[in-house]
Design a protein around this ligand. Structure first.
Ligand code: NI
Length: 226
């Protein structure tokens, strides 16, 4: 399931995060790449423990935690602390790859299974050329270039790349989620059911909406690992 969450950051949060990133010191993006993806990765990344990364990460984490779409779409069990990257100039693309199945957070030695990959777009799309996030999955190729502040979640199992940025600069935040429900098809079913119940409940609760809500929770109980 590919899910877009429009305006996951408010305009004010976006300004704060961009301000932090614009004055930060950046490093070669290959520091967090595996052997195979290091060969195709050519971007810059904010060092994980830098002050700018920590402050920006905090703003993003607070915004995500209050977002019901994020919570219902991902059913997060564990979120890898958000990272930040920058594409432009000569460090401007990241070829086809699949993310490592398990990321270990160096500072805490905590493991996160990458069920879901997330990209939070931070740059105005009019400010750069290229830089599309291209995701290849069973439904074919998706080419994404969303508004600043928008988030996309997609299955960690997908081959993906970032096209070369040929003008301007593309700033983004990226991270992974280990979901309480590891299977994408089960998460999709729960998400659809949840959205349908929400729409029905707008018309008022009934014995049927109570029963459907029970079905949602009983499926979640069947599939969730917490
Ligand atoms: Ni990737």
């Amino acid at each position: 399931m590919l899910l877009r969450i429009a305006q996951a950051l408010t305009a004010d949060e976006l300004r704060q995060v961009r301000g932090l990133l614009e004055t930060a010191d950046w490093a070669d993006g290959r520091v967090t790449a595996g052997d195979q993806s290091a060969g195709v990765k050519n971007n810059r990344q904010l060092p994980e423990e830098s002050a700018a990364a920590q402050q920006a990460r905090h703003i993003v984490s607070v915004a995500l935690a209050r977002n019901p779409m994020f919570v219902t779409g991902a059913l997060p069990r564990s979120v890898y602390p958000p990272l930040f990257n920058r594409y432009g100039g000569t460090a401007n693309d990241f070829g086809d790859h699949i993310d490592n199945a398990v990321r270990t957070h160096a500072a805490t030695a905590r493991h996160v299974r990458t069920d879901i990959a997330c990209t939070l777009f931070l740059s105005d799309p009019a400010g750069y050329d290229g830089g599309e996030l291209v995701i290849n999955d069973t439904y074919g190729e998706q080419r994404l270039k969303f508004e600043a502040g928008d988030l996309v979640m997609y299955p960690g199992t997908s081959v993906h790349r970032v096209e070369p940025v040929t003008r301007g600069e593309r700033l983004a935040c990226f991270f992974w989620i280990e979901s309480m429900v590891r299977r994408d098809d089960q998460r999709r079913l729960l998400y659809d059911l949840d959205m349908a119940i929400l729409a029905l409940r707008q018309r008022g609760d009934s014995a049927e909406t109570v029963k459907l809500t029970g079905c949602y929770h009983n499926l979640l109980r069947m599939w969730a690992d917490v």
